[in-house]
Design a binder for this molecule. Structure first.
Ligand code: NAG
Ligand code: NAG
Ligand code: NAG
Ligand code: NAG
Ligand code: CA
Length: 224
């Protein structure tokens, strides 16, 4: 899938544990998220990222949830990597992935002259939903930072439909900032993520998440 950043080679793989998470991941560069600076993160098997503690929650919050933690939800739902699929992550501080991330951000935000110094890629590759062995869902959450700027980028591949509750987007402490990707709250329609975008690239959603101007810009929205 062309929008995806490199898959698997060199990634650290989460254990195949229902509702499990990675161990704490120490970030090689601090990540600024709406005014909070994080040095660590967790990749949760149920499709979301948390910073202060792992999350085993398999029914997503509805954003805005007015809770006390920052959450980035690639596709927060009851996934089960015991049945099928691989949840993995990797961080980069040099090489092609940084070049690619810089190019992508400069394409999506043409006036920033951005130069990525750190990229974190979390991938849910062909993961099944809980109790639904024959489903396969693939997506990525990419965190990108450089100087005082930070971005999140979501890439959606084939997303199976599901009756499990679903949610994609992000939500901050007390919901001072949040975003729900349109169409991501009903599993019956979740396959459409693959063809939706806020940057004119099917399957990709990009958000600036530092303390700078928010996500108002960006190009035409695609909801098919
Ligand atoms: C981006 O930063 C790296 C060092 O982090 C530097 O080597 C490179 O020349 C910079 N690229 C641009 C286009 O400024
Ligand atoms: C999702 O949409 C379907 C079809 O319109 C509807 O029957 C179902 O109740 C919706 N589910 C939720 C959780 O809203
Ligand atoms: C996405 O768009 C492609 C064509 O661009 C189409 O073949 C495919 O059926 C669409 N998928 C969904 C889930 O709408
Ligand atoms: C980031 O730093 C540049 C100078 O290096 C400054 O002009 C800009 O205002 C800063 N942006 C934010 C969001 O702090
Ligand atoms: Ca699960």
């Amino acid at each position: 899938c062309q929008i995806f950043f490199s898959l698997a080679a060199g990634d650290t793989i989460n254990a195949a544990v229902e509702d499990g998470s990675s161990s704490v991941i120490q970030l090689l560069s601090p990540f600024l998220f709406f005014g909070r600076t994080y040095q660590q993160i967790y990749v949760n098997n149920n499709g979301h990222l948390t910073f202060n503690q792992p999350s085993s929650q398999n029914v997503p919050d509805n954003f805005p949830s007015y809770e006390s933690q920052d959450i980035i939800a690639g596709l927060w739902t009851n996934l089960d990597n015991r049945l099928k699929g691989v949840v993995s992550y990797r961080q980069y501080t040099s090489g092609n992935v940084l070049t690619r991330a810089s190019q992508d951000i400069n394409t999506h935000f043409p006036n920033l002259n951005f130069n990525a110094s750190w990229v974190f890629v979390a991938t849910w590759n062909k993961a099944a939903y809980f109790n639904l062995t024959n489903t396969e869902t693939s997506f990525q959450v990419v965190l990108i930072s450089g100087r005082n700027l930070s971005f999140i980028l979501m890439n959606y591949g084939d997303i199976a439909v599901t009756e499990h509750p679903v949610q994609a987007g992000y939500d901050t402490v007390d919901s001072t900032h949040y975003f729900v990707i349109p169409g991501s709250i009903n599993g019956s329609f979740i396959s459409k993520l693959r063809n939706s975008s806020n940057v004119d690239v099917h399957g990709r959603w990009v958000f600036r998440v530092d303390s700078g101007p928010r996500n108002s810009i960006l190009k035409s929205l695609i909801y098919t």
